[in-house]
Every structure is written in structure tokens, then in C-alpha cells.
Design a protein around this ligand. Structure first.
Ligand code: SME
Length: 153
């Protein structure tokens, strides 16, 4: 677990700021802390339309709409569980926003039993997300969730 990274992330959060300010900084922190991550960001989920739409991110221009059940993001939205994809080329229906991506990790953010958003992390490196990184990004996701789900922000 990358404790230093999580501490940096915690110290960046300023509760006096709007959500988007804190989320943007947390995404930038991860993007530059991990040079082999080529994309990190959110998709917001519309459970009525069964569709995920692009939210804040760091990285190249990305797909804007992902239907539930499609790709890694849409699969996580339906299954409501984190998915580690060691080789995206072996994931049926993977959506290649960037052909350089080789591995992917997604965390669903669940609010009142519905998938509220998906945190999506892409890497250039096959098998990039080992246990240590998954644990680190689980902790990072909890911080993101504490901002997104805070009604006072
Ligand atoms: N690869 C994702 C699409 C989103 S991009 O990686 C930013 C997927 O298969 O759902």
C-alpha cells in the first residue's frame, strides 16, 4: 500500500472547496504520481437510462457515453464490483478509447444500492495492477467517495 500517496491525497482535500476542485486535484495527483497510468477519471451512471457518461479525468480525450453492460466500465456498473483487467485485449467487449492501454482497474461507487459512478484507471503496462496497487487505489477510491457523497460540499 502506497501510504505516502494516500497521505498526500488526504492532505489535498479541502472541505471548504466545491467537489469538482477536490476531485480534479486528486485525479491530477494520481496521474502524475503513476507515470504508467495513461488515464484516470470518472464515469457518472444514469440508472434510468442505463448509461455512463464521462466525468472529470486526466489523460487523452475519452469515450463520452458507455451503455450499461458494455466494456469494463459498463460491466462494473451492472455487476457493482471492482474489476481488475490484466490484459484489456482479452476482455470481451473492451472499449478502446486509447489503443495504448493494456490494463485497467475500475471501482464502482455505490450510493443507496445504485451505481453512482465508476472510477476508471488505465495503464500502458500489462498486468500493472498488482495487489499492492489495488489496495492503494481502494483507499484512494474511499477518499474520492468521501468527497462525492458529501452533501455539504
Ligand atoms: N476502456 C473502458 C472505456 C473507458 S476508457 O478506458 C477511458 C471500457 O472498456 O469500458
Amino acid at each position: 500500500m502506497n501510504q505516502l500517496f494516500i497521505q498526500q491525497a488526504e492532505s489535498l482535500i479541502d472541505p471548504s472547496l466545491p467537489k469538482i476542485s477536490n476531485l480534479s486535484n486528486l485525479l491530477a495527483l494520481a496521474f502524475y504520481e503513476y507515470p504508467d497510468i495513461n488515464w484516470i477519471g470518472f464515469y457518472y451512471c444514469d440508472n434510468a437510462k442505463k448509461e455512463c457518461t464521462l466525468g472529470p479525468f486526466q489523460g487523452k480525450v475519452a469515450c463520452t457515453r458507455i451503455p450499461f453492460h458494455k466494456g469494463v466500465v459498463g460491466t462494473a456498473a451492472v455487476q457493482q464490483k471492482a474489476l481488475t483487467v490484466n490484459d484489456v485485449h482479452c476482455f470481451p467487449g473492451h472499449i478502446a478509447c486509447d489503443s495504448q492501454t493494456n490494463a485497467e482497474l475500475v471501482f464502482p461507487l455505490i450510493k443507496e444500492k445504485e451505481t453512482y459512478a465508476i472510477l476508471d484507471i488505465d495503464s500502458l503496462v500489462l498486468n500493472y495492477f498488482d495487489e499492492d496497487k489495488i489496495e492503494t487505489f481502494q483507499a484512494y477510491t474511499r477518499l474520492i467517495q468521501s468527497i462525492l457523497f458529501n452533501d455539504k460540499l
